[in-house]
Design a binder for this molecule. Sequence first.
Ligand SMILES: [Zn+2]
Length: 290
Amino acid sequence: MPIKDAVIPFVFDALPVRGALVQMDVTWQRMQEGHQYDGSVAEILGHATAAAALIAQSLKFDGSVTLQLSSDGPISLLVMQCTDKLDLRGMAISQSIAEGATFAEMVSGARCAVTIDAGAMERPYQGIVEISPESLAGSLENYFTRSVQVPSHLKLDSCATHCGGILLQQMPGEKSVSEDDWRRLGILIATLRSEELAAGATPDLLRKLFAEDDVRVFGARSVRFSCRCSQEKVEEVLRFLGEAETRQALKEKGQVDVTCEYCGRVRTFDTVDVSRVFAGHVLAGTESIH
Ligand SMILES: [Zn+2]
């Protein structure tokens, strides 16, 4: 039976390589809800969605992975976050995209980073991802192979209704993978077709893909869209904005609407709400917070 909106981790019995396969329908469609993404922007966002889940599934602690990209090209910002529980949220901001624009053109001058946050216990770890002109998958593959020193193969796929991908990583240790085997595995994952992945992630799909190898497949883990925005956080934003500005907005529109950029949820504040938010607040609205 096909498994949708899930990550399937696996290892090779004879090779020190681990991997994960991800497929998303509902999660990916929810991610796009309320946003009118241009097709090529949606494709890159879908790739980022699959990549974040593939990276986060290997976290061994309570934390999250954030992939953030800003550029001088039409895609000015892309943020994708996935927790160790595989709760995902993300969004992109873009200007209109020229017909036939390449990945390199859409993210020209990009600054891209992967941040691993292990919660309140430790400082977040941030790695800079150098953007390869061909794709996000290529950029992340290079990042893991060169910067993190974990040789990796990554294939990402995305269309309007589904996204997914597969990640292979060499495991550190005494045994290493021969160059031939590593190259062979890279060629195999490149043959994974969009239609196959769209039908759902299954252990059989992995066994078919790596027919010559013994693949040990672990239990599937569910992925879902989940936004961590809250009433409290929005009120904090209003306090940061300041009482004077908030009251000005209130005066102009009769209410203040704050929309979450991730999930699209709108929280409305009327006069009474605004008074409550600023009641007992020590800073006057005109003072800035340093
Ligand atoms: Zn939200």
